[in-house]
Design a binder for this molecule. Sequence first.
Ligand SMILES: *Cc1c(COP(=O)(O)O)cnc(C)c1O
Length: 247
Amino acid sequence: MPDPTARPNARSPDSAADRLRRVRQRIEAACLAAGRPADAARLLAVSKTVPVETLADTLAAGQTDFGESYLQEALPKIVALAGRGAHWHFIGPIQSNKTRDIAAHFDWVHGVDRLRIAERLSSQRPAERGLLQVCVQVNISGEDSKSGCTPDEAPALCAAIARLPGLSLRGLMAIPAPVADAAQAHLPYRRLQALFATIKSTLGAAAGAFDTVSAGMSDDLEAAIAEGSTLVRVGTALFGARPAAHP
Ligand SMILES: *Cc1c(COP(=O)(O)O)cnc(C)c1O
């Protein structure tokens, strides 16, 4: 008998549509439990290490937004699935020498944490691709090792990015430090939401479509949604565990 509480596994016989339905139901339940509309948070399918065939099935099942962290892995997938309506989000750390390819091939970038990177993406975005959608990554837990600007730096960075051509500043992104118990999972997301609200009101009209809080992953999406996330980045719960080399 299948164990309904078991995590989906890459080798499980479940169809892409089954997996997608389960994750979407989980997201909707979390939205409703938080007193928000069922569609308040949308799903970004994190497809790093996932083979392109599985992505094709997931796309055919109705999921259009995919997140990739490694440029060299992502580019062939983007090429293979071109013309099928997928939207590609770059969610990994961004090195300067990668900005040209990211600007040319992606629709969204979630990990912008310094102006230099935003300026490169702005000048390298091909005009025919329209605006590149950008989230500023905030190191919300104050970890030494993590990417992301500090919460103090975020307002000025957002204001500067909002002025750059070729980019549309959409919101904030964070990857909080792991916490020991579920109750503590809320605090960083609450801080992120407060920072988002402050920046949105400070930017005013200059904010444009500043509407995205990219927060929450397989293990903590309920906490993130309870605190206002509008986009959860889910890999493991949708595609199964990744090889250990790709945490
Ligand atoms: C890998 C990754 C995720 C997905 O994590 P899961 O725990 O597998 O859902 C989300 N966000 C970022 C930035 C990632 O690198």
